[in-house]
Design a protein around this ligand. Structure first.
Ligand code: PEP
Length: 257
């Protein structure tokens, strides 16, 4: 499958606001034992900020990369509650989720603020996992593609081709997050093809072929294989099902090995 797509699968877990420092080290200890020695996919976990240092230490020497769930665009200053690229890098964090729908829905994130975060991350050598997705109301009113096109072009405004090559996209239909409703593999595939074309329009065919596009929204061990079988689905961003080590490990073994 990797060879056919030419893109290495990527499975990332987003813990949102779950787990203490102790629970983080327990999870990673258990998860490491369940991991194949050489997994068929890149794997990452995004714990809350206070758990990042513990997570980096617990995952050292394993294939598990540690991601942050957000980052601010300024390097430092009077920005209470924010965390900079340099602070994350100083912990050994090299990946960051940007533009998650919960940030857009509850914390006033816009395409413009997403764009500032994306550019700051890239200029500080932190690779973004850029989340995009439509709400149920937007899908039902036939606006899925226009919403995604605007989110994509807004987030990528001013991003050079060299930097764009370091981005992972995550298509996360808002109506499928934490609801148990998954987009069918065909519905997700249709959107992934659309996003790859948007990437090609803004950059070129080669970058568009290389960009990894993850699907997120109620991914579980029993639907991962069907989603991953789609030609343009390159991985998964997993919320709820990444909170238990055995369940998340099963998703990583979606090929059934
Ligand atoms: C997410 O938060 O990115 C997500 C996809 O959540 P869930 O898997 O719980 O739907």
């Amino acid at each position: 499958m990797t060879a056919a797509k030419g893109r290495r699968p990527f499975i990332a877990g987003n813990w949102k606001m779950f787990k203490t420092v102790g629970e983080t080290s327990d999870f990673i200890g258990e998860f490491r034992k369940l991991l194949p020695e050489a997994p068929d996919a890149d794997v990452a976990l995004a714990p809350p900020f206070p758990c990042l240092e513990t997570a980096v230490r617990a995952a050292a020497g394993s294939p598990v990369a540690i991601a942050a769930q957000n980052v601010f665009w300024e390097a430092e200053g009077a920005f209470t509650g924010e965390v900079s690229v340099g602070m994350l890098k100083s912990l050994g964090v090299n990946l960051v989720i940007i533009g998650h729908s919960e940030r857009r829905q509850y914390f006033g994130e816009t395409d413009q603020t997403v764009n500032r975060r994306v550019k700051a991350a890239l200029s500080g050598d932190l690779s973004p996992i850029l989340c995009l997705g439509e709400t149920l109301e937007q899908r039902e009113s036939g606006r899925t593609f226009s919403v995604l096109a605007a989110q994509f072009s807004g987030a990528m405004d001013g991003v050079s081709p060299a930097d764009a090559a370091r981005i992972t996209l995550a298509y996360e239909p808002v109506w499928a997050i934490g609801t148990g409703k998954t987009a069918t593999p065909e519905m997700a595939q249709e959107v992934h093809v659309f996003l790859r074309r948007e990437f090609e329009k803004l950059y070129d065919k080669s970058l568009a072929n290389d960009v990894r596009i993850l699907y997120g929204g109620s991914v579980k061990p029993d639907n991962a294989a069907d989603l991953m079988a789609q030609p343009d689905i390159d991985g998964a961003l997993v919320g709820g099902a990444s909170l238990k080590a055995d369940v998340f490990a099963k998703i990583l073994r979606y090929k059934g090995e």
